[in-house]
Structure formats: C-alpha cells, structure tokens
Design a protein around this ligand. Structure first.
Ligand code: GLU
Length: 328
C-alpha cells in the first residue's frame, strides 16, 4: 500500500531520517534503540495501564497542573543554599537531564553538530544556568525513552527530565513536576491518501502506534482501533512507513516533527486530549521543584521562554505565549 520514496527530501532531513532509522529498533522487538541509555526499567507504564501506581492525593484529577510555590527570591547562580539538591548538583559540577534524542524540535540528535538540540533541551539548560551561571560544560544530556522517564528519576539516573512529559496525577504519585512550560494535546498522523480525517474514522482492523509508557498509548484505548506499543516515536515512524501501522497518535508537537520526516504523512483532526508539559524531578527534593518553578517564572517574565519558543517552535506550531503557572 505505501511506497515511500525519499529522493525529494531535503538533504538534512534525509540525513536525520537515515541516522534515526539506524538508531531505531525498527520493530516491536526488545532491541534497545539507544546505546547510551541508562540502565533503567522500561516498564514504568505499560500500554495496559499502570495498575500499581497510586495517584498523588494532593493532585486534582481535573487539573494536575498546580505545582509547588516557587522559591522566592531565586538564589543567585553559584550561591545555592547549603544542603539543598541544587547545592549537591553544583558540587557535582553538572546537571544531568533526561531528554529525547529522536523528537525533532524538542530533543533530537543533530547529525551535523553531533549535539542533542531542541526546545526541551533549552528549557533544561535554563535550570543549569540558574545553578551555575552558564550551561556551557555544566549539562549532561542523557538520551532516554518515554518509559524510562519515571524509573530514571526514582533511581537517580538523572536530576530532571525534560521530554515532552505530560503532568498527570498518577505521575505526581511517583515524581514531582514543575509548573507547565508548554500546553500540548493529542492528535493523529496518517497517510495523506488514507481518507482518514480523524481517529473516529478508523476501524477495529486498523492499527495505531504509540510509544510505551506514555499518555498517548493509553488514550488510543478510548477508540475502537488496535494499538501497538514500541520504545520510541521513531519506531512508530518505521512501522508506519512499512505499512504495518495505519496511524501514529501522540502529542501534536511530536507528530509535527514526525511529519517533517515523511512527505506522505499528514496530521489530522482536532486535539482530543490535554497534555500540559512539566519538568520532572524526584519527589525527594521539593526545594529543587520550587527552585525549578522560580527559574520558569523568570523565563516567562524576562522573555527567555518566548525567545526559545520563537527560535524552535513558532514556524511549525504557530505563535504562542508562555502558559500561566498554577500553584498549589
Ligand atoms: N506527552 C506524552 C507523555 O508524556 C508523550 C510524550 C513522549 O513520549 O515523549 O506520555
């Protein structure tokens, strides 16, 4: 059904795709797509749901966004309160950030520079700048899959996660979140000649792909389609291009990046969920969550959020201003 050619793709996009395909497991097998991933359990939330996870009792199921009040005033770089998590990170000399490396626009490995780049990466660097005064040489970017986000934080494999991560009450039961730094929502990607204009058009013999450990794969279960769970969003793109899945469904942000890599793919329909993104951190250090919230307050007020948005996302996702913070 799908005969996809990439001869008309711009050189850079082709190079990105080729690298991502090489790095990807390509199938639903158990191969590990990233060499550099930390040794963490990948089954934090399965496609069948996270039955053992208890919601945070302080979280409102109708609005999981409110986070802890920001630190006031924000301590100056190089002057972290003694004994705080920020002090520990300052002493270590680097902030360890769990990021995506295959999500164009948010966290992706640029084959030209060899660096992981994107909006999420830059948001994470703001935290490093607030601790150290610079993000040069003070950031360790750790590429992870979606399902590795929560176990990695719990096992202290990284200090924060900035990976298109939706704030939910079930996740608040396991980790802390910052205030919202981006408002996304779920959509569907299909082949342009499929005739499908929204997920409700799909039938029970059709398959929709999503990454394991995500809100996306859980939401697909609300529709009468089959779902297939894989490790990374690039794995979904491979299945799609092989004709083994008729759709990919996740946040509009991630789909926008996938669509750039496939001239035969279109993103269709209205948003059918709310996916507010927060920076994840361990529940053991509430002072760090408050510090991160103060950093985000500053970024909303001094224009740095807007600058990052306008340089990474405005062309693809349209004009936006920073989402307002909500606190408990
Ligand atoms: N926003 C969704 C989630 O947090 C999907 C994002 C992702 O897989 O990176 O589960």
């Amino acid at each position: 059904m799908m005969h996809r050619r990439f001869t008309h793709l711009p050189g850079l996009v082709f190079a990105v795709l080729a690298l991502l395909l090489l790095a990807s497991a390509c199938t639903v097998s158990q191969e590990v797509p990233f060499d550099s991933s930390p040794d963490v359990d990948t089954n934090e939330e399965s496609s069948s749901g996270a039955a053992t996870v208890v919601d945070d009792p302080d979280c409102n199921p109708d609005n999981a966004r409110p986070s802890l009040e920001p630190t006031e005033p924000l301590p100056a770089p190089g002057a972290m309160p003694s004994g705080s998590r920020m002090d520990e990170i300052a002493t270590r000399g680097s902030l360890r950030i769990g990021v995506a490396q295959d999500t164009l626009l948010f966290g992706f490995l640029n084959p030209k520079t060899g660096e992981i780049e994107g909006f999420d990466v830059e948001i994470g660097k703001l935290v490093a700048e607030a601790i150290f005064g610079t993000s040069d040489g003070t950031v360790e970017l750790i590429p992870i899959t979606s399902a590795q986000r929560i176990p990695g934080l719990i096992d202290d494999e990284f200090d924060i996660v900035v990976k298109t991560m939706t704030i939910t009450c079930s996740r608040w039961g396991q980790i802390d979140f910052s205030s919202v730094y981006y408002e996304s929502g779920q959509k569907l990607l299909v082949s342009e000649d499929s005739g499908i204009t929204r997920i409700e058009d799909m039938t029970s013999d059709q398959v929709v792909c999503a990454a394991d450990g995500t809100t996306s794969i859980q939401a697909i279960d609300n529709f009468p389609v089959q779902s297939v769970g894989v490790e990374t969003w690039t794995d979904c793109l491979v299945l799609f291009q092989q004709g083994r899945t008729q759709g990919i469904s996740t946040d509009d942000t991630i789909l926008a990046g996938l669509a750039v890599q496939d001239p035969f793919a279109v993103v269709v329909g209205d948003l059918f969920s709310e996916e507010p993104y927060g920076i994840g951190s361990s529940k053991n250090y509430p002072e760090f969550t408050r510090f991160i919230n103060a950093v985000l307050e500053q970024a909303r007020q001094d224009g740095s959020w807007q600058e990052l948005y306008d340089s990474w996302l405005v062309d693809t996702l349209g004009a936006q201003t920073p989402p307002a913070a909500e606190y408990r």
